[in-house]
Design a protein around this ligand. Structure first.
Ligand code: BJW
Ligand code: ZN
Length: 255
């Protein structure tokens, strides 16, 4: 963590100056960026998905094999949430930021598609997307739907699994390699709304900093990444990100 505690306004100005000078910005987002859209995070103590359920039951292939109806129903309900909730001011500010810097690579661990709905382009989805799916038995592609009934494979009647990355599964190789390359080449990396405990995504800020980038976190509370940050913007994404973009706009307009 930074040696001397600094207030949010000063930290924002420091980050804005870095953004104004940057050629390539990377933003890594996690579930916290969608919290203000009404989607639960995973690890927040009272409201997170894991507050009531064990990750091994819901986010592993073994958990799915043990109880496909239960796990598929959970993902169908999350698909409903993603479809019927909307991006928030934080997502919109990130799309705006992409238009204000020479290059911005948005890397997300989220599966809700909100960054794309907000207008961000070239989004690297490290953990897949709720809108895709395939048969757990034969691999035939078929998306889940958001109805109450289980979704089965047209070819073999197996259960359809969501097109997301569970623990122990490989991340999509193109997205991962592009994210690693961007982290190692960027001038500034912002980590937004992630606890920073799930790898390899959580390695991106450290890699960026090691390669010389300025790294900053936006989160209402410290995360596992806070110690390796140059600046902490303590607060919710839906407030901090629009303020960051407002200040960047002011600086760019004055220049
Ligand atoms: C706000 C806010 C507001 C709240 N504004 N902020 C190295 C070391 C140790 C272990 C490993 C390692 N490398 C790999 C591993 C194993 C494992 C892992 O990381 N385990 C650790 C947990 C110990 N990783 C894997 O298994 C990965 N695969 C892999 O490495 O494969 C190797 C392989 C290679 C070749 C062949 C085969 C295998 C896969 C990881 C997949 C993670 N999947 C999940 C589920 C996805 C599907 C779904 O959505 O259901 O991804 S788990 C879950 O955690 C989900 C998330 O994307 C991910 C990260 O969570 P996130 O986004 O950080 O959310 P939270 O809840 O943790 O945090 C929210 C934050 O927001 C908090 O900090 C709040 O304070 C904050 N917040 N309100 C801003 N308004
Ligand atoms: Zn099948």
């Amino acid at each position: 963590m930074p040696d001397v505690p600094i207030d949010l306004g000063s930290a924002l100005d420091i980050v804005v100056e870095r953004l104004a000078a940057a050629q390539h910005v990377v933003v890594l987002t996690g579930a916290g960026v969608s919290a203000e859209s009404g989607l639960p995070t995973f690890r927040d103590a009272l409201t997170g998905h894991w507050a009531h359920r064990r990750p091994e039951e819901l986010a592993t292939a073994t958990g799915f094999a043990d109880d496909p109806e239960y796990v598929q129903a959970w993902y169908r309900s999350r698909l409903r949430e993603a479809r019927y909730h909307a991006p928030n001011a934080g997502h919109l500010a990130l799309a705006d930021l992409q238009r204000r810097v020479p290059r911005l690579t948005l890397v997300t661990q989220n599966v809700d598609g909100f960054h794309q709905k907000a207008g961000s382009t070239g989004v690297l989805e490290l953990h897949g997307n709720l809108e895709s799916g395939w048969c757990f038995d034969c691999g035939a592609a078929k998306p889940l739907d958001d109805n109450d009934a289980p979704v089965h494979c047209d070819a073999c009647d197996g259960y359809i699994r969501p097109g997301v990355v569970w623990f122990g599964e490989a991340l999509p190789v193109d997205a991962l390699f592009a994210a690693l390359a961007a982290a190692e080449a960027c001038d500034v990396l912002l980590a937004v709304g992630t606890s920073g405990v799930v790898y390899p995504a959580a390695s991106l800020p450290g890699r960026a900093r090691q390669a010389g980038a300025f790294v900053a976190e936006i989160n209402p509370v410290p995360s596992a990444l806070s110690d390796e940050m140059d600046a902490l913007l303590t607060g919710p994404g839906g407030t901090v990100l629009p303020e960051l973009v407002r200040r960047l706009n002011r600086l760019q307009t004055a220049a």
